[in-house]
Design a protein around this ligand. Structure first.
Ligand SMILES: [Ca+2]
Ligand SMILES: [Ca+2]
Length: 211
C-alpha cells in the first residue's frame, strides 16, 4: 500500500522496488502521481447586493479543504470598480475568521465610482488557487431638496421675489451642487429661466441668522 498522508507533497513519486538474493541486488521503478485535494469555495454571501456610497456591507465566505482547516486557508477578496482594468482591495477590510466562516467588510468610499463592481473571492491552500466572482452595485446618494422658501407668493411686475433653497447631499458639499431654476406660465408652455438672476450660495447658518 502507498498512502500519501495530509502532509505529503503533491508531485511525481518514484517508487523503487529492490530485490536481493543475498548475492545480487536488482531493482525496478514505477511512478505514482500524488495530487493535492483542491480547496473548495463552498459559498459566498453578501449582506447586500447593492450599496450606497459611504455605507458598508459584509461578505460571508465558507471554504473547505481535505488537508487544511478552513481557518488556515488563505482567503482574499479583491474587486474591480466599473471600467477599471486593475484589481484592488482598498475598500476591503476587517478580515476575520469567526463562527466557522470568513468575513470581510466592503466600505464604499464617498468618492467610489458608481456602478457594477466585480468581486473575486480567492482561496489558496498553498498548492492550488481557486476563485469565485460576484457582482455588487454601488449607488450614488441622490441629492435632496429639503426646503424651499419664497419671500412673497405674489409680485407686481418689476418687483422681485427671493427664492431660498436648502439642499443636501451625502457626497457633495451644498455649494458644489448645481441648482437650476426654470418656470412655465401654463402647463403646456416651455420651461425657461427668464427673470431668474443673482443666484448665489449663502451658508445655511448665515441664512438662519438673517431671519
Ligand atoms: Ca488541499
Ligand atoms: Ca450624491
Amino acid at each position: 500500500m502507498f498512502t500519501p498522508d495530509m502532509q505529503a507533497s503533491p508531485g511525481s513519486y518514484t517508487i523503487r522496488i529492490i530485490c536481493n538474493d543475498t548475492d545480487t541486488e536488482v531493482f525496478d521503478e514505477l511512478f505514482i502521481q500524488v495530487y493535492n485535494n483542491e480547496p473548495l469555495i463552498v459559498n459566498v454571501k453578501s449582506s447586500q447586493l447593492q450599496i450606497n456610497r459611504t455605507k458598508s456591507l459584509k461578505l460571508f465566505i465558507n471554504v473547505s479543504d481535505n488537508e487544511i482547516h478552513e481557518k488556515n486557508l488563505d482567503v482574499r477578496v479583491i474587486y474591480k470598480s466599473p471600467y477599471d482594468l486593475n484589481w484592488q482591495d482598498n475598500y476591503i477590510n476587517n478580515k476575520k475568521y469567526v463562527n466557522d466562516h470568513w468575513q470581510f467588510d466592503f466600505v464604499a468610499d464617498k468618492n467610489a465610482k458608481i456602478g457594477k463592481y466585480k468581486f473575486r473571492i480567492i482561496c489558496n491552500d498553498s498548492y492550488t488557487e481557486v476563485f469565485e466572482d460576484i457582482e455588487i452595485l454601488v449607488l450614488n446618494n441622490v441629492p435632496i431638496i429639503d426646503k424651499l422658501i419664497i419671500s412673497e407668493s405674489s409680485a407686481n411686475r418689476t418687483e422681485s421675489i427671493q427664492i431660498i433653497i436648502n439642499t443636501f447631499d451625502v457626497e457633495t458639499q451644498d455649494q458644489d451642487l448645481e441648482i437650476d431654476i426654470t418656470h412655465q406660465i401654463t402647463t403646456d408652455s416651455f420651461w425657461n429661466d427668464d427673470y431668474i438672476s443673482n443666484q448665489k450660495y449663502i451658508q445655511k447658518n448665515a441664512i438662519n441668522r438673517a431671519r
